[in-house]
Design a protein around this ligand. Structure first.
Ligand code: RB5
Length: 150
């Protein structure tokens, strides 16, 4: 599975903790930045990862900013992206089981590194349940198409 990871300056230190976990999970991943502490604008990095997932270049994405809110707003603008902001493992698990989330958003200034690592492991190790949840995702796709035509 190909995974893109990105962050702003507020998410950098957590991203550095998460990348070794992606190796541990044997994922093929690319870091799309930022790579320094210099202040940057989260929409720039949110766009890089979300656009790549939306276009199918990467199957999954991870985005990290301070609260996770800015990255969530950006990511969910992209067709086919289902981004889930998770602060604990239960939400991460449910976002895969019920929502087939394909972008995981983490809040770098809210959760600690151990919680973040647990979230990442659970998120990649949980499969979509399908069934009635697929019907709901189909409805989201219908909404996306409707909004695009307005
Ligand atoms: C950056 O200071 C901060 O605003 C950003 O990381 C994020 O929390 C925005 O939602």
């Amino acid at each position: 599975m190909k995974v893109a990871i990105g962050c702003d300056h507020a998410g950098l230190s957590l991203k550095n903790e998460i990348m070794p976990v992606l190796d541990e999970l044997a994922l093929e991943w690319s870091d799309l930045g930022t790579r320094t502490e210099e202040s940057v604008d989260y929409p720039d990095f949110g766009e890089k990862v979300s656009e790549a997932v939306s276009k199918g270049v990467f199957e999954r994405g991870i985005l990290i900013c301070g609260t996770g809110i800015g990255m969530s707003i950006v990511a969910n603008k992209f067709p086919g992206v289902r981004a889930a902001l998770c602060q604990e493992a239960y939400s991460a698990k449910m976002s895969r089981l019920h929502n087939d989330a394909n972008v995981l958003i983490l809040p770098g200034r809210i959760i600690n590194k151990d919680t973040a690592k647990e979230i990442v492991r659970v998120w990649f190790n949980t499969a979509f349940e399908g069934g009635r949840h697929q019907r709901r995702l189909d409805k989201i796709m219908t909404i996306e198409k409707k909004v695009k035509c307005q």
